[in-house]
Design a protein around this ligand. Structure first.
Ligand code: SF4
Ligand code: SF4
Length: 450
């Protein structure tokens, strides 16, 4: 279909089984729950500060927690109702964070939010007004990174940018929320991309989409046709193609400097996910804060794998119920995706801005195979997209040799999991590397504070 060879990144990678059970399922609105739980911290950076108290009545779209400091994001009520109390809920990393418990009484929206389905294509806001609207709306990276979007819409002093890179790659197995959004909201996404181009003063956007979603590519091409500054590029179906580093390399042949300091802007790129572009459209053209998102609920035993538009703060249990209930053979529930997501301790915790998927893993899939000795096959090395030596990193962490792990740059690991996925000896490489990386980062931080 695409004639020439599709682009990709040059080193490592794998192709896990797709299992996109919900890719044909239209996005449907999940009914409002009886109670929502909205954390003050759903983003990278400082938690937002509550501006409403228990007992206060709130409307949909009302600011309930105000951003503080440079890296932070506003939080809004996703329902109308009464703030009952503040509760502590575990975030995706398991840390307890203050959250609003709001009893839902209806669906009354704040004045000024345009809820009409009409497409608004005329971008009249100036770059400063765009940034102000995105800040006010609490938009963060919806691909999972949750970095505040307004910061990325300003080029930092001393840097320059050439390309806006749009991530339409959903390379993780199971997930289909971005695919559906590209199919159903392609026009809005294209307007969102034009808004971001205007705010950044850039002349070129490259939209990377995996070649196994030709319908999404077709839609985006159709609606971007009048705008030569937007190019839709089919990419090889290869994991982790959606990683920022791999995406930038595939689309521009530029290499982001190694982490922890290297950023896309260092090679003249600014990266946004397609769902973030859709939210930018809603914030700027419709005045709508980030109060909902599309979430895939899926798994091998799930009765009705689905894509839902969900109000932020909805308990995950409500999504699972709507997809046919928790299967009897459930071993674990993952928030995010199977390769990079994490198992959650409790399905009563809420959907937050960064959660694009809930994947339910059955017992037969979850069972870990017996760990064997390393046979020095180097398969883990060959699939690592960053050219690291996972077998060595695991050994160093296992033996407590963290100084050497630091010298081997364990902190560069992007936690893609390609190494563990490939190891014929079932060695839990990523578990050890993740632990070692966190320990080394802690030591580095402690050194800086001395
Ligand atoms: S998890 Fe880390 S070490 Fe393993 S393949 Fe990915 S980047 Fe390499
Ligand atoms: S893939 Fe597994 S067995 Fe092969 S070298 Fe790596 S750790 Fe050892």
């Amino acid at each position: 279909m695409f004639g020439k060879k599709v682009k990709t990144f040059p080193q490592g990678g794998i192709h896990p089984e797709d299992k996109k059970f919900s890719d044909h399922k239209q996005i449907v609105d999940l009914p409002l729950p009886a109670t929502v739980y909205i954390p003050c911290s759903q983003h990278i950076g400082a938690p937002a500060v509550p501006v409403v108290q228990p007992g206060d009545k709130v409307l949909v779209g009302q600011l309930i927690a105000q951003r503080q400091g440079f890296i932070s994001a506003n939080v809004h009520s996703s329902v109308s109702g009464t703030v009952k109390k503040m509760v502590e809920l575990p975030d995706p990393e398991g840390w307890k964070k203050p959250s609003f418990e709001i009893e839902v009484s209806g669906d009354e929206w704040l004045d000024g939010i345009d809820r009409s389905p009409e497409l608004n294509m005329d971008i009249t806001a100036t770059p400063d007004e765009i940034r102000a609207k995105v800040t006010a709306a609490g938009i963060v990276g919806l691909g999972g990174a949750t970095f505040p979007a307004d910061i990325k819409l300003s080029i930092p002093p001393g840097k320059s940018a050439e390309f806006l890179i749009i991530n339409g790659v959903e390379c993780e197995p199971y997930l289909t929320s971005d695919h559906r959004l590209m199919l159903e909201k392609a026009e809005e996404i294209i307007v969102g991309i034009r808004i971001a181009l205007k705010a950044l003063g850039l002349k070129k956007a490259l939209v990377g989409v995996e070649a196994n979603t030709p319908d999404a590519i077709e839609q985006l091409k159709k609606f971007s046709n009048p705008y030569p500054e937007i190019e839709i590029v089919a990419l090889k179906v290869w994991y982790p193609q959606g990683g920022e580093r791999q995406l930038v390399k595939a689309l521009t042949n530029r290499e982001i400097p190694p982490p922890p300091r290297g950023l896309p802007i260092d090679v003249g790129c600014v990266v946004f996910n397609v769902a973030t572009c859709f939210s930018i459209y809603e914030a700027v053209q419709k005045n709508k804060p980030l109060i909902d998102r599309v979430v895939t609920v899926t798994g091998d035993s799930v009765k009705d794998p689905s894509n839902f538009r969900v109000r932020i703060g909805t308990p995950i249990r409500a999504l699972i119920d709507a997809a046919g209930g928790l299967p009897e053979d459930t071993a674990k529930v993952i928030r995010g995706s199977v390769m990079m997501g994490k198992a959650i301790p409790d399905i009563s915790i809420p959907i937050t801005k960064g959660a694009g998927g809930i994947v339910i893993i059955p017992e037969n899939e979850a069972k870990r195979k017996q760990k064997q000795v390393c046979i020095r096959c180097a398969k883990c090395v060959s699939v690592c997209p960053l050219g690291m030596e996972p077998y060595l990193l695991m050994t160093l962490v296992e033996q407590g040799r963290l100084d050497e792990a630091e010298l081997e740059k364990i902190t560069n690991c992007c936690e893609c999991g390609c190494c563990s996925f490939t190891c014929p000896s079932n060695r839990p490489l990523l578990d050890y590397i993740r632990y070692g990386k966190a320990s080394v980062l802690q030591r580095m931080k402690a050194r800086q504070q001395k």
